[in-house]
Design a protein. Structure first.
Length: 345
């Protein structure tokens, strides 16, 4: 997989997420259920996405990456926080007032799901799956709908003659192309890619990444690209945000983050990436984190990473670190860097 030729992103902010929280209640009792706590899956996530930009979202499994995407798209009802598309209303308030009020906005933000085997209805043909969004929004019908579906199939590298086939007749890579075509049907501005290549063979992963790169360039799309494979994220992203236990702990331009990570957790993640040169690999310092990931249902006074951090200080157990600027567009939430300006969204 060659290095992607990245499009230039605009200065226009197309999506603004501020202090987003998604807490799932924990209940107890058999006859009378009562809430006894909450799992803080997403805990104060904030970021901006620019037009034409790819923001990579990385972290360990269970850190809240996918939940963040679903909360932004209102597939989950966020506990609190704001999500604004361009300069419009706060989505979280709009969804609370009326489910129908979200419908005109949903076409602008779409999602590609992780598992191409589970995200497609096995009882629908490819033509019906890709054409369903167009029918829901009354954008095409009859022959016009068929032509539009075939154009979308062509665009993602599928043979339009297969329009009447069912998902089980396609390979995993082809099924993911069907999912991409469905996401493109409404001409969205932003697509959330929820680990779109993790279920695919390595050779197919490269094809899908190259397809997403081409579509981004041709359509001026913005992506939030969720993955735990740091090499894939580096290949496609302009900026990268690192999540740990429901929070963004570092966010920076791709080159800055990979060449000069600041947060101890980011350093540990990057040290785990294998290097193909055996001489370099033998000399590299590996950072091995000890201990288990803390429970997201327990609220802590200080830094969530303190119990596993090799650079922990006393302050880390009593104060929650803010995302502070290290240098231009590089922010880290760590008490090792107390002097930078707090990130504003």
């Amino acid at each position: 997989m060659t290095k992607a030729v990245k499009s230039k992103s605009s200065s226009e902010v197309i999506l603004k997420v501020k202090d987003l929280n998604m807490h799932f209640p924990v209940t107890a009792g058999i006859l009378f259920r009562r809430e006894v706590g909450a799992v803080r899956a997403v805990n104060g996530v904030s970021f901006k996405l620019h037009k034409g930009e790819v923001l990579g979202l990385v972290g360990e499994s269970g850190c809240g990456k996918s939940t963040t995407a679903r909360a932004i798209l209102q597939l989950y009802n966020p506990t609190s926080g704001s999500v604004k598309y361009k300069h419009g209303e706060n989505w979280t308030e709009l969804a609370g007032r009326s489910a129908g009020g979200m419908r005109p906005l949903r076409k602008n933000l779409q999602m590609i799901f992780q598992d191409p085997y589970a995200s497609l209805n096995p009882r629908m043909t490819v033509g019906s799956i890709i054409g369903e969004p167009l029918k829901i929004y009354n954008l095409a019908e009859g022959d016009a709908l068929r032509r539009r579906v075939q154009d979308l199939m062509n665009e993602v590298g599928l043979d339009p003659r297969f329009i009447k086939r069912y998902p089980h007749e396609f390979s995993g890579g082809q099924r993911q192309r069907i999912g991409i075509a469905r996401a493109l049907a409404l001409d969205p501005d932003v697509i959330f890619c929820d680990e779109p290549v993790s279920a695919l063979d390595v050779s197919i992963q490269a094809q899908i990444i190259n397809l997403l790169t081409r579509l981004r360039r041709e359509r001026q799309l913005s992506y939030v690209f969720i993955a735990h494979d740091l090499s894939v994220v580096r290949h496609i992203s302009d900026r990268v945000a690192v999540m740990y236990l429901g929070k963004i702990v570092e966010i920076a331009r791709e080159k800055d983050l990979y060449e000069n990570p600041r947060h101890p957790y980011t350093k540990a993640l990057l040290s785990a990436i294998p290097v193909p040169d055996p001489d370099i690999e033998a000399k590299r310092e590996r950072i091995i984190l000890t201990g288990d990931v803390p429970s997201p249902s327990v609220e802590r006074k200080g830094c969530d990473f303190a119990s596993r951090c090799p650079s922990v200080e006393e302050q880390c157990y009593s104060e929650i670190p803010e995302l502070r600027r290290m240098e231009t567009a590089h922010y880290a939430a760590c008490h090792l860097y107390p002097d930078g300006a707090i990130m504003q969204v």
